[in-house]
Design a protein. Structure first.
Length: 416
């Protein structure tokens, strides 16, 4: 296909410059089972191949079964299908892994999607291998996954315990639990890996700071009733509470905490319940409430502790943030993809991505989801079993429509 050829050519042109910038002696051996490209200064992991440039893959979970598909975004071909016991929600981690949370609770399947890029600042290295399941993290009740700088924590509500895996273990194809963090009791909560410790919710009362050995170091004030939604950046942790946004910040080994009131007009039906951002950026985005009661989208700036409340043309079903922090994306119930300026909230572009409007009163219908990879956004249309690829820098142009063959409930992009 012309699109594939152009994509491969563009990637190869960039990679020729970046890989060549770190040439190594030709006699350098590759690692056993791996193969390095000529001129690379790194040996590939066992079973992997260094490639000319990033080869991103799309991870798609099926709302109706336990299937999770991995697609090559250059060719749109399905590389592998994982069959799990129940439908799962996928969280991508470290630009390489997919944590598929069993919707029935009690299990999180960890998958190496098999494509990743290492950034050396002035150049990058990219690798591919076959997708493979690394194993299953087991607990009791529903689980949720929170990624930190060097670790990823899976918290299970039914036992109030987080199983923590170090990224170094993942790179060795292992999901050995590095740390077990125990909350005070089972509850709908989270453990947030940050600064060699964990900000952990409680069944009641304030959140706590746990050390790497799970010992409680500090109790934060104020409390966070009915926590629902959390996120971690390089310097702070956020939790969406019933009465405002909890913010814990670390600097020079000292922690401070605060509660930031939601914007005027945001109440129980329109408060955020899921937070999304990017490491290294001060911005976090969320829908203003679930689809049935939604009032647009919210942007929080940790630097100013200020909110931008964008009242969208229709109910916002999912939101995401561009990697440079300049734009916020939303898919609306009217079937459109919208781009907003992250600072002002002004709409800058839109396009139609759903075959028909989404019925917010139909609780059985999986809502569309957004994933961002580089300069492209991906929006699922579960009803038509497709995913729209959008060039958001080109007036939100729909570059391709991918037939994924399943009603996608969650999406993730890896390899960039």
């Amino acid at each position: 296909m012309p699109t594939t050829t152009l994509t491969r050519a563009a990637i190869a042109a960039v990679a020729a410059l970046t890989v060549g910038a770190c040439a190594s002696p030709p006699e350098e051996p590759a690692s056993p089972g791996g193969r390095s490209q000529p001129g690379s200064d790194l040996a590939a992991e066992a079973g992997s191949t260094e490639v000319e440039g990033p080869e991103p893959r799309l991870v798609v979970s099926d709302a109706d079964s336990g299937r999770v598909n991995v697609l090559d975004l250059a060719t749109a071909e399905t590389l592998h299908s994982f069959e799990f016991g129940n439908p799962a929600r996928v969280t991508t981690v470290k630009g390489r892994y997919a944590f598929a949370v069993d919707a029935a609770g009690g299990a999180v399947h960890v998958v190496d999607v098999g494509t990743w890029t290492i950034d050396h600042g002035d150049h990058t290295h990219s690798y591919t291998k076959d997708p493979v399941e690394l194993g299953v993290l087991e607990g009791t009740g529903p689980g949720r996954v929170i990624e930190g700088d060097d670790k990823v924590a899976t918290f299970f509500d039914g036992d109030g315990v987080a199983r923590v895996v170090d990224f170094a273990a993942l790179r060795k194809d292992s999901i050995d639990v590095d740390t077990v963090v125990r909350a005070d009791a089972p509850h709908h909560g989270a453990a947030l890996p940050i600064a060699d410790g964990f900000v952990v919710s409680r069944s009641a009362g304030p959140l706590e700071l746990h050390a790497a050995d799970s010992a409680v170091q500090q109790s934060f004030d104020p409390a966070c009733p009915n926590l629902n939604g959390a996120a971690v950046s390089d310097t702070h942790a956020l939790a969406a509470c019933e009465d405002g946004l909890f913010l814990a910040t670390t600097a020079d080994d000292t922690w401070t905490s605060d509660k930031i009131a939601y914007p005027a007009g945001i109440g129980a039906a329109t408060r955020p319940t899921a937070l999304r951002g990017h490491d290294g950026l001060p911005l976090t985005v969320a829908t203003a409430g679930p689809a049935a009661t939604n009032d647009g989208l919210l942007v929080f700036d940790a630097r100013t502790r200020g909110w931008t409340h964008v009242r969208t043309a229709d109910r916002a079903l999912d939101v995401a943030l561009a990697g440079d922090g300049r734009s916020v994306f939303a898919v609306l119930a009217d079937g459109t993809f919208r781009v907003y300026d992250a600072t002002s909230g002004a709409e800058t572009a839109s396009s139609r991505v759903l075959a028909s409007p989404y019925d917010t009163n139909d609780e059985s219908a999986p809502p569309p989801a957004i994933a961002v990879g580089g300069t492209r956004a991906y929006v699922s249309d579960p009803a038509s079993k497709t995913v729209a690829e959008i060039d958001f820098r080109d007036n939100a142009r729909v570059a391709r429509t991918l037939d994924v063959g399943v009603s996608a409930s969650t999406l993730g992009v890896v390899g960039l």
